[in-house]
Design a protein around this ligand. Structure first.
Ligand SMILES: [Fe+2]
Length: 135
């Protein structure tokens, strides 16, 4: 069973961002599946690496829209982004070094962070982006 199920309530009303959010949801579900199946370090490490890279790509897109549209809540939102990148990068490094294993707690952290961030911080820019014509 999927850990996160994407539904319309997660939509921020901007197609490009929704597509990227769906991809992040898919990657977290894939990681959860790999953990449940007890996949090896190489498989899980590869998914974690991909998740870190795609998260960085996704945040960069949102942040480029903030800059382009003069989004007033940029500082607070970017702070959430950089804290999350630091957290998942540290997780990746610790996992690679064998200091940490992928657990249900880690998966729950990732899924609740993503849902909470989309429903909180991201929903706040929805109206502003639509008003500025971001597509
Ligand atoms: Fe965001």
């Amino acid at each position: 069973m999927a850990l996160i199920v994407w539904n319309e309530s997660l939509s921020v009303g901007v197609a490009r961002i929704d597509e990227q959010h769906k991809k992040l949801v898919g990657m977290i579900n894939e990681l959860n599946e790999a953990m449940r199946k007890g996949q090896g370090k190489e498989v899980i490490g590869g998914i974690v690496e991909g998740l870190v890279a795609y998260t960085v790509t996704h945040f960069a897109l949102e942040e480029s829209f903030f800059a382009r549209t003069g989004y007033p809540d940029t500082a607070a939102h970017e702070k959430e982004h950089s804290e999350f990148v630091l957290k998942v990068s540290t997780f990746r490094d610790d996992f690679e070094a064998g200091r940490l294993s992928l657990t249900i707690d880690v998966m729950n952290f990732l899924s609740s962070w993503l849902k909470g961030h989309i429903n909180g911080c991201d929903q706040k820019y929805s109206h502003h982006f639509k008003e500025k014509g971001v597509k």
